[in-house]
Design a protein around this ligand. Structure first.
Ligand code: SAH
Length: 227
């Protein structure tokens, strides 16, 4: 079996390693279910190693030049047959459904923007899709790329040790928005774990969890649209 491969292209490639060393994604990489490569965009820039330039037509700030991005993506393309994804605030919103779809791919090449954004020709003729992690603006695509990688990686079979834990996630099925979880101690600073969870009555526990899940959906109607 070949690992799902992520290639990340960024001017800050060093930020990914500490995050993806830990937890579920780190384990997925060590057990070769996932592979992850962070590439320094500057290595694909000419001399001087300039990756940005002033916008045509004027305006504030700098725009990421197309040539280094094309060169970086073309260099990793032969290793990674998956889609080329641009992280962009106006992109398609990341959802559990989209993460599920991308987990079927052999991999993906993710381009992280900086500055005022990326020369639009990258979007026009290099990118397969643009993805946003929400309607707010961050200063770079690295955090959004980490969010996307994490959401997709945990859906690759075997990455989350206990597959049953995926089935009970929020958005996992039409009934689910997750439910409150408790562990020991049964009482903490006067706050008791709901009796039903200590009862051992599995049917009653299931009913309680479904009720809590329903309460979450009622409180946040947008959840229902995402199921
Ligand atoms: N001037 C641009 C914002 C650029 S932010 C605009 O008006 O839309 C710089 C980079 O951060 C973007 O190119 C993108 O890669 C990343 N980014 C910022 N917010 C994001 C979000 N919500 N989702 C995904 N990527 C985002």
């Amino acid at each position: 079996m070949t690992a799902l491969r992520f290639d990340l292209i960024s001017i800050f490639p060093e930020v990914f390693e500490p995050v993806f060393r830990s937890g579920v994604v780190g384990r997925g990489i060590r057990s070769r279910l996932l592979s992850l490569y962070a590439h320094d965009l500057r290595a694909y820039a000419g001399d001087p190693r300039q990756v940005d330039d002033a916008p045509f037509g004027g305006g504030p700030g700098m725009v990421m030049k197309p040539e280094p991005i094309f060169a970086a993506v073309e260099a990793v393309r032969s290793q990674n047959p998956g889609p080329v994804v641009l992280m962009e605030p106006w992109g398609e919103p990341l959802s559990q459904a989209l993460a599920r779809e991308l987990a079927q791919e052999p991999g993906m090449v993710i381009v992280c923007g900086r500055y005022e954004g990326i020369d639009d020709r990258v979007r026009q003729s290099l990118a397969d899709r643009e993805i946003s992690i929400g309607d707010y603006v961050l200063s770079g695509g690295e955090l959004p790329a980490m969010v996307l990688v994490d959401a997709v990686a945990r859906l690759v079979p075997g990455v989350v040790g206990d597959e049953a834990s995926l089935a009970q996630d929020a958005f996992a099925s039409s009934a689910a928005t997750g439910y409150p979880q408790f562990t020991r101690p049964a009482e903490w600073r006067g706050l008791r774990v709901p009796e039903v969870l200590l009862s051992g009555d599995h049917a009653a526990i299931e009913r309680w969890r479904q009720g809590k899940s329903r309460t979450r959906r009622e409180r946040e109607p947008r959840l229902t649209e995402k199921l």
